[in-house]
Write a protein that binds this ligand. Structure first.
Ligand SMILES: [Zn+2]
Length: 65
């Protein structure tokens, strides 16, 4: 997998914070933060950013450390 977002960058941290605030259970119906149907666009976009951000586990796997 190709990662294009640097872990710990402002983009990665902001995406994680947004997802934490907008992560609603789809069964709940609506996001408690913005009121849009869950998963709301903010959560969906944040997930896309985090999908291309390596986790510490990924970094260990690629460096062999
Ligand atoms: Zn939301």
């Amino acid at each position: 997998m190709t990662y294009i977002v640097r872990p710990g960058s402002t983009l990665a941290l902001t995406a994680a914070e947004l997802l934490d605030r907008h992560d609603a259970d789809p069964m709940a119906g609506a996001c408690a933060r913005c009121g849009r149907p869950a998963p709301c666009p903010t959560a969906a976009y944040a997930r896309q950013v985090l999908a291309v951000t390596p986790t510490p586990v990924d970094v260990l796997a690629t460096t062999g450390a």
